[in-house]
Write a protein that binds this ligand. Structure first.
Ligand SMILES: C[S@@+](CC[C@H](N)C(=O)[O-])C[C@H]1O[C@@H](n2cnc3c(N)ncnc32)[C@H](O)[C@@H]1O
Length: 220
């Protein structure tokens, strides 16, 4: 894997993956994108519905940015998050330890997320339990009707179309409980239609800076 760090427009890092000619986040702002799509329109939407004990699935752990922001939100809001993520290609320490997501005094907490053992459930504190599964979303066995929230953060449909197939989308929506919420940064029409065929009510919401739209789908 040939991976290089890049600074995005809001000053936060992302990674550039040469093989796919693709970045891990929007070049318009990695932090802004994660906050907008996954935290504000995903986690906070679920918390506003009254949930305090949240089972969450992330497709693509990558830099750990979404997990880090969720970890911080869980502490700040006094909620508990059981965070399960799927990632076939964990990043080496030389890469993740140089990302500028955590201030120096919180770097140890950020490192906890990355150092946490793969393929087992680890309680990091009373608000955050982490299960990192080193496998693909196609291969992983996940329970049905289990999660309250899915962060779907695969590489773009144009770069990794095999992650956006009706089968994979159906598997991740089937893993949601009734009223469960599924969010992604992409607003592709084909993705929206596949989600609707899975019985999801899909909203096209304003995207983060630099992106017109994103998708949020709710299971009914
Ligand atoms: C767009 S990046 C985002 C990662 C992460 N959420 C972040 O904020 O850094 C997509 C991630 O999906 C991972 N990935 C690639 N193929 C996958 C697969 N088949 N199943 C699950 N994840 C995959 C990549 O290795 C990468 O870490």
């Amino acid at each position: 894997m040939n991976i290089k760090p890049l600074l995005t427009a809001d000053g936060s890092h992302t990674l550039y993956l040469e093989e796919l000619d693709e970045t891990y986040h929007s070049r318009h702002g990695a932090l802004q994108e994660s906050l907008h799509v996954f935290i504000q329109n995903g986690l906070e939407f679920v918390v506003r519905s009254g949930l305090q004990n949240i089972f969450l699935l992330e497709v693509g752990f990558g830099t750990g940015l979404n997990a880090w922001l969720t970890f911080q939100a869980a502490l700040a809001q006094g909620i508990t998050v059981h965070y399960t993520c799927v990632e076939p290609f964990p990043l080496p320490e030389a890469i993740w330890s140089n990302l500028n997501y955590a201030p120096a005094e919180q770097q140890n907490d950020f490192a906890l997320l990355h150092r946490s053992e793969w393929n087992r459930t680890v309680s990091l504190n009373q608000h955050f339990e982490l299960t990192k599964l080193q496998t693909t979303i196609q291969e992983v066995r996940i329970p049905e009707s289990h999660f309250h929230l899915v962060y779907f953060d695969a590489f773009a449909p144009s770069k990794q179309p095999e992650l956006w197939t009706p089968d994979v989308l159906a598997k991740t929506t089937a893993s949601l409980q009734h009223q469960g919420v599924w969010v992604t940064y992409s607003a592709k029409g084909e993705v929206r239609r596949s989600l609707m065929q899975c019985g999801m009510t899909v909203e096209r919401l304003p995207g983060p800076p630099g992106k017109k739209h994103m998708l949020r789908a709710v299971k009914h």
